[in-house]
Ligand binder design. Structure first.
Ligand code: ADP
Length: 459
């Protein structure tokens, strides 16, 4: 059933309106048309649907598309119908009459594509129907749902292989996902019983994506500002914990932003509903943990549009800074008063201000221990220590610091704490000014210590 490339390109243009194939599409189409199984691993929006929709037009009989989301099925069937391609779905959103009509039309061979949820393949009536259809191709969309290592494991995906086996003639089988991990890929091939599949991985480098790391002083304020500036446009806020998802969603809702939540603690039904609300523009913002499967699931993703990869950061040995900070938190928070990062930073910096004076913190041993560091850098160190679990920040209205669960590790002999810090631009002579500034500050701190020891002024 091999078709030549020119014919495929003509169908692509005539039926779908596209001039050229996107990366990976032509290879998958070619494999499927020549009777070879295929796995397409392409990012969301990469154009997976064409990979099976186009062969569906050129192969005899019908293509069965297995898709996990009712709304996505409806969406695809609508746009296929708009292109004059006969397609339908069978799912619970149809009333009994429409369901029977669709089954009758399918049995009469009226559709090129028939969309079903994986659960439908388990039912005897659908198996009976499928056995009597001329099924040339089975396309499994969102195929990572087959993998127990994937984020959205859906048990009935495991029965697709059984469905295929009971067909009178084995159709060509294809699987598509945006999840690129090897483990998931291997699961897909094994669990679907794919035969010598062509595997195409494409397009994870997305020039339209840009990554930037910023450290806002006030995360909530900054987030609200960011979202408000883009009112009416959609976006995803990823949070590291379920609790933060809840808090951020509430914050946005309080400020009139239509936001839905997504994390592993919700029921399947709510997760699906919220995902669909987001996909179909009923909610502008999705607040989610990485359980929401649109993240970059690729360990070596380094999409050059990222500050980290641009060499904007360097690793420095921050063990002394860490010790100073942990000692300071231990000392001043150990006095029974709750203090936040700002106060700890003031103490480490040796700032003589009203707050410090009133709290009588100028006499603690760690006062001024990091006087050589700019205040911003001390705060960066405290942030990093919090992220790495050496410090913990309480929730309440005034977040206060305590030692974190990792703090004990810092006492271990030989323990070094390495920190990624933003590099500064080299000066006119090509010297990295971060290095010279750090050296200067180190020397100044040394001078101060020596001066203190000798009880003389520091000059
Ligand atoms: P995926 O299923 O991979 O998320 P889709 O199949 O929904 O992606 O395609 C994403 C978008 O790209 C759709 O708007 C589709 O019309 C468009 N698209 C797909 N293939 C092409 C192509 N060859 N040329 C131009 N646009 C394309």
């Amino acid at each position: 059933m091999k078709k030549d490339a020119a014919e495929c390109t003509r169908v692509l243009k005539d039926r779908f309106g596209y001039d050229t194939f996107r990366e990976g599409q032509a290879e998958v189409v070619d494999a499927l048309l020549s009777g070879r199984d295929a796995v397409g691993i392409m990012p969301t929006g990469g154009g997976k649907s064409i990979c099976y929709q186009l062969p569906a037009l050129l192969l005899p009989g019908v293509t069965v598309v297995v898709s996990p989301l009712i709304s996505l099925m409806a969406d695809q069937v609508r746009s296929l119908s708009e292109n004059g391609i006969p397609a339908a779905f069978l799912n619970s959103s149809l009333n009994p009459e429409a369901f029977c009509d669709t089954v009758r039309a399918a049995a009469a061979g009226e559709y090129r594509l028939l969309y079903v949820a994986p659960e439908r393949l388990d039912t005897a009536p659908f198996r009976e129907l499928a056995r009597n259809l001329d099924v040339s191709l089975v396309a499994v969309d969102e195929a990572h749902c087959i993998s127990q290592w994937g984020q959205n494991f859906r048990p009935s995906y495991l029965n697709i292989a059984d469905f295929i086996t009971q067909m009178p003639r084995r159709p060509v089988v294809s699987a598509f996902t945006a999840t690129a991990t090897l483990r998931v890929r291997e699961d897909i091939v094994a669990a679907l019983g794919l035969r010598d599949p062509l595997t195409v991985v494409s397009g994870f480098n997305r020039p339209n994506l840009y990554f930037e790391v910023t450290k806002p002083q006030n995360k909530q304020k900054e987030l609200l500002l960011y979202v408000k500036k883009r009112a009416g446009r959609c976006g995803i806020v990823y949070c590291s914990t379920r609790k933060t998802v809840e808090a951020v969603r509430e914050l946005l809702a309080r400020h009139g932003v239509s936001a839905v939540r997504y994390h592993a603690g919700l029921s399947d039904a709510e997760r699906r509903r919220n995902q669909e609300d987001f996909l179909y523009d009923r909610a502008d913002v999705m607040v989610a943990t990485n359980a929401f499967g649109m993240g970059i699931d690729k360990p070596d993703a380094r999409c050059d549009n990222c500050g980290n990869c641009h060499g904007a950061f360097e690793e420095v040995d921050a063990t002394e800074w860490m010790r100073a900070a942990l000692n300071c938190v231990h000392q001043i928070c150990g006095r029974g008063w709750p203090y936040g990062k700002a106060m700890v930073c003031d103490v480490l910096k040796g700032a003589v201000n009203e707050k410090v004076r009133r709290a009588r913190l100028a006499d603690v041993r760690t006062f001024g221990l990091l006087t050589a560091l700019p205040q911003r850098k001390i705060l960066d160190v405290l942030d990093a220590l919090e992220q790495d679990g050496f410090l913990a920040v309480s929730d309440g209205r005034y977040p206060t610091l305590t030692l974190g669960p990792e703090a004990e590790r810092a006492r271990e002999e030989g323990f070094r704490y390495m920190l990624r810090v933003p590099k500064r631009a080299p000066d006119a002579d090509g010297n990295a000014d971060a290095t010279s500034e750090d050296l200067f500050e180190t020397l100044r701190a040394l001078r101060r210590r020596l001066a203190e020891g000798a009880n003389v002024p520091a000059y």
